[in-house]
Design a protein around this ligand. Sequence first.
Ligand SMILES: C=CC1=C(C)c2cc3[nH]c(cc4nc(cc5[nH]c(cc1n2)c(C)c5CCC(=O)O)C(CCC(=O)O)=C4C)c(C)c3C=C
Ligand code: FES
Ligand SMILES: [Fe+2]
Length: 396
Amino acid sequence: MLKSSVRCYSTAKPRIGVLMLNLGGPENSAAVHPFLLRLFSDRDLIPLPFMQGGKYNLLPRFIAKRRTPKIIEQYNRIGGGSPIKMWTEEQGNAMVERVAQLCPDFEVKNYTGFRYAEPLTEDAMDQMEADGIQHCVAFTQYPQYSCSTTGSSFNGMYRHIIKRQKEGNPFKMTFSAIDRWATHPLLVKSFAELINKQLETVEPKDRHKVVLLFSAHSLPMSVINRGDPYPQEVGATVEHVMKALNYSNPYRLVWQSKVGPSAWLGPQTDDAIKGLIKNGSKNLMMIPIAFTSDHIETLYEMDIEYGEEMKEEFPDANILRCESLNMHKTFVDCLSDLVADHLKSDGKTIQQMALRCPMCTNPTCGPMRGFFSSRTFPQNLTGCTSDDKEPMKSFG
Ligand SMILES: C=CC1=C(C)c2cc3[nH]c(cc4nc(cc5[nH]c(cc1n2)c(C)c5CCC(=O)O)C(CCC(=O)O)=C4C)c(C)c3C=C
Ligand code: FES
Ligand SMILES: [Fe+2]
C-alpha cells in the first residue's frame, strides 16, 4: 500500500506528464499503409536485411504495400479500424483522475504516444514540452518487457531527445520510466476477476474442465535467442494469475500473431486449440495476457479466426474468450497505483533497465538503457525530504 506521508514544501505543484506508450493501430483504412510502413521500417522490431539504407531501403515499402489490402480487410471485419487509441485515452483519463487523489502534491496529465500510428510518441513529447510539463514519465502499456516493443519505444524516445539536442532545442523536461509490471498485484487480480467472470458463464459441472489458454503475441526465434526477457515475463504473469485462481483449472501458455515465414515462438494459439479439441478438451478459454485493451489481435484473431471460424470446424467445442482489460475497474487502479508508486518513490527506475540482452548487437539499445535507468526526479520538482521517499517496487 502507498503511504500518504509525502511532504512537499514547494508551493506550485510539479507538472508531470504520463506518456502512455504503445504500438498503436490504424483508425481507418487510409491509416493502414502508413501504420504498416512505420512498423516494417522499425529496425528495433524487425531487423530486415539491407536495413542500413534508411529511406532508400525498398524492402519495408514492398512488404507494407503487399500486406495492406489483407490488413484493411481484417480491420473492416472489426468495424473499420483499431480501437487502441480510444481505450488508451480512456484508460489514461481515468488513471490521472485517480492519481490526483493518491498524489495531491502533483499536477498530472496523461498523453498517448504510439510507435507506428498517430499520436506518434515524438509528437506527444513535443506537445508535453509545449504544455509546460516539467517531468515526463514514460509509462509502457506493455506489461511484459520486450526489446521489440517497450525497448523500441524507449529507443525512439531517446533518439528524439538526442535529435532535439543536436538541433539546439533540447528538452527542458526531465524523464523517467515505468518499464515493466508483469506481476503487479492489481494486474494479476484484474485477470483473475475477468477469468472468473467468464467461467461463471459455464455450467457449474463443467467449469473446472475449462482449459485456460493464456495467449500472448509471439516473437521471432531470433529475438528469443538474443535473450529477450518477454517470454519469461509473460510466464510470470501466467503463474501469478494461476496462483490467484488457486490453480482452479488446467492451463497452457500459447503464442499468437506470427508474421512471415521465419521461425517464431510456439505453440501457436490456433494449433493448440485444434490439438486440445482433438485430444478431448471441449471447453476452452482464450485469455489475452499481453495486451491491455482490445484491437485486431483480440477482436479479429481471437474472436473471429480462433473463435467463430474454429467453431465451424468443431461445432461441439465451447471456445470462450476472456474480456480484455480495457476499462475494468481493478485495471484502472493498477495503472494508477503504478504511477502513484513511481511518483512517490521519486521516479527511480529499477536495475533491470540497465541490463542489455546477452546477445544484443543493437548499438542504440545501450545509451537508451543507461539514460532511463539513471534517471531520478530532480529535487526541485518534488521539494520532498529524502527520508519521505519509498523504494520503488519491482514488478518485472
Ligand atoms: C506484446 C505485444 C506485442 C509484441 C511482442 C509484438 C511483436 C511483434 N509484432 C510484429 C508485427 C506486427 N504486429 C502487428 C500488430 C500488432 N502487434 C501488437 C502487439 C505486439 N507485437 C498489437 C497490439 C497489434 C495490433 C495493433 C492494433 O490493431 O491496434 C502487425 C500489424 C498487423 C499485421 O500486419 O498482421 C504486425 C505486422 C513483429 C514482427 C513483432 C516482433 C518482432
Ligand atoms: S535487443 Fe535487448 S537490449 Fe538490445
Ligand atoms: Fe505485433
